[in-house]
Design a protein around this ligand. Structure first.
Ligand SMILES: CC(C)(COP(=O)(O)OP(=O)(O)OC[C@H]1O[C@@H](n2cnc3c(N)ncnc32)[C@H](O)[C@@H]1OP(=O)(O)O)[C@@H](O)C(=O)NCCC(=O)NCCS
Length: 305
């Protein structure tokens, strides 16, 4: 039986135990656990609805598992991370942590919950059934070698872009982003606070946040992110979107290529992005640019009352 500690963090708390666990999992799996949203919530701390659940087992001086719940715009995200040396304990620690996490969400008013899992096993499916969650969204991480092949670039209309101006472009960007992602659980419904939280991240660079205007109005954007802490250094298309009024004219492809060319100029040889498997329009662009699937992450989804 694990001993659980529930923390409602503030930004000044010591995160070393959780960071050590995350680093161990990253070494074992080659992929950083915790989605971007959950990671920022952990690092910046103090947001309403946040809870970190830490599991200890007597006789072990390190954290054996960590579960985090974070409130999104109109749903919750949940992540469960187990020390690679304690994965045989998952069948007992998992239900305990998940039940405690569900109880936290229920106390906070409940709602739709997404539990993200990197390449789920039978045990994950079993744990999900135990809390009445069903397999929902699947996201594919795709990668492409950079710089892009010359024929790909010459088959794409080059467009003019400019860098995001912090303090000026926020409202126009939020308008386009929220309309383009109106039905997206994480990328839709952004507020200035959420945008500011991303602008405070060490990787944020206005020069890598490309905007394209038509008649002086924002028509689309490609926001890139350079992962200096990965091996190889990954250049991510973090968010790309086109104003729905300008959809279907080739801007999505042009903006993605502009973002990848920017990343290639910074020296990265590996382009990367995440895409929902049902986003056929975006997948069409990425496949034709040479992106190929690297791995998948799935979300088990449930309603908590
Ligand atoms: C995805 C998105 C950026 C594409 O931008 P766009 O300017 O509309 O797309 P493009 O005009 O460049 O072309 C898209 C391609 O999809 C094809 N396409 C268009 N509608 C499609 C549909 N409903 N299903 C499948 N393919 C479709 C087009 O024919 C085109 O293919 P082609 O280059 O071989 O001709 C835009 O739809 C968008 O902002 N969506 C919401 C945000 C989003 O999902 N972003 C991506 C997150 S990973």
């Amino acid at each position: 039986m694990a001993y659980l500690e529930i923390q409602r963090r503030s930004a000044t708390d010591d995160l070393s135990e959780v960071k050590d666990l995350l680093a161990g999992v990253e070494r074992a799996d080659g992929v950083r656990p915790l989605s971007d949203h959950l990671w920022i919530d952990l690092r910046q701390g103090g947001r309403p609805g946040f809870a970190g659940l830490l599991a200890w087992i007597p006789g072990h001086d390190h954290l054996v598992a960590y579960c985090q719940v974070s409130r999104g715009n109109d749903s919750w995200s949940l992540d469960l991370i187990v020390d690679p040396h304690h994965r045989y304990d998952m069948a007992s620690i998992g239900p305990e942590l998940l039940d405690a996490a569900i109880a936290v969400i229920s106390q906070e008013g409940g709602g739709k919950v997404y539990w993200w899992v990197y390449e789920p096993t039978q045990l994950h499916h079993q744990l999900a059934r135990g809390i009445n969650f069903e397999l929902g969204r699947t996201v594919t991480q795709m990668r492409v070698a950079l710089p892009l092949a010359q024929d790909v670039v010459s088959n794409t209309t080059a467009i003019e872009t400019c860098a995001f101006r912090v303090g000026t472009d926020e409202d126009a960007w939020l308008d386009v982003n929220n309309r383009a992602f109106s039905d997206h659980p994480e990328q839709g419904g952004w507020t200035k606070d959420i945008l500011h939280s991303r602008q405070q991240e060490p990787w944020f660079s206005p020069n890598g946040f490309l905007l394209h205007h038509i008649d002086n109005k924002l028509a689309g954007f490609c926001w890139t992110k350079l992962h200096l802490d990965t091996q190889p250094v990954l250049g991510e298309i973090y968010v790309v979107a086109v104003d729905p009024d300008h959809a279907g004219k080739g801007l999505g492809r042009s903006l993605t290529v502009a973002g990848l060319q920017h990343l290639a100029l910074l020296g990265t040889t590996d382009g990367m992005l995440y895409v929902d498997t049902h986003n056929t329009r975006a997948l069409g662009i990425y496949n034709s640019l040479g992106f190929r699937a690297h791995h998948q992450q799935c979300a088990f989804v449930g309603d908590v009352h």
